[in-house]
Design a protein. Structure first.
Length: 254
């Protein structure tokens, strides 16, 4: 277990702010906590594996609260849940193993490039929102890819899986509820994989700060979802991710 007495509590504020802002956006969109948190953590100098490990540890708590709420409000399509959860968990374990065994300085530009691509993807989805109705066809491969990219890139389960299912014509309420509920099992598995590969030393100030900020903002997401239209919010998130990650790629390669 990490030694709490060694933490620099005065250094928590930036991470609390990141967790708070990321959870506000995630509560409104049903996605983006991991992407926003991981992008900003890496920009602050946190190693890619440490950033992803900390983000997923925090998400184990935030997605538990979210999943319970969605189940209580009958927002979960259990058939879709069963099709997503096993491929997602397998992909998550593979992604965590890959990231844990790559040197941080080597992984950083690739992870940031991936996050930049996700930002562009969110921009694209925002410009095309709402999507044209289609019959959902691809679920299991989507879960496998989403789980792998979420662990290896520090986020992406929501942007990859939720937006693709919506684009295929799935019900927004059921899709967001099911993907959010599935994400709890994904984040717990990924966190366990990181602990197994890296130990508890990867969890420090960043993890505690994110947890405090994320849990504080969790009740406010529903309010934002009611007051802020999804399309402009997705566009703002996409622009922020592209700008932040793009600069990180430039800085890492310079």
């Amino acid at each position: 277990m990490p030694d709490l007495s060694s933490f620099d509590w005065s250094a928590l504020l930036p991470f609390i702010a990141i967790g708070f802002a990321a959870q506000l956006v995630d509560g409104a969109l049903g996605m983006a906590f991991g992407i926003i948190s991981n992008t900003l953590l890496i920009s602050l100098g946190v190693a890619p594996a440490g950033a992803s490990a900390g983000v997923h540890m925090v998400e184990a708590f935030t997605t538990a609260a979210s999943g319970i709420s969605h189940v209580a409000h009958r927002n979960v399509d259990w058939t879709l849940f069963r099709r997503l959860v096993i491929p997602g968990v397998i992909g998550g374990v593979l992604g965590a193993y890959v990231l844990s065994n790559i040197d941080g300085s080597v992984a950083r530009p690739f992870v940031l490039a991936y996050l930049t691509a996700i930002g562009v993807y969110i921009l694209y989805r925002g410009l095309r929102f709402p999507p044209r109705p289609k019959e959902p066809r691809y679920v299991e491969p989507l879960g496998l890819a989403g789980g792998f990219l979420d662990a290896a890139g520090g986020g992406g389960w929501g942007p990859v899986v939720t937006s693709n299912l919506l684009a295929q014509g799935a019900s927004p309420r059921k899709t967001i509820g099911t993907v959010s509920t599935t994400e709890f099992f994904l984040t717990v598995t990924i966190s366990a994989a990181f602990i197994s590969n890296l130990g508890w030393s990867m969890f420090g100030n960043a993890t505690i700060g994110l947890l405090i900020g994320g849990m504080a903002a969790a009740p406010l997401g529903a309010i934002i979802a009611k007051r802020v239209p999804m399309k402009p919010l997705m566009l703002m998130v996409g622009v922020a991710l592209v700008a932040t990650s793009g600069y990180g790629v430039y800085d890492a390669l310079a």
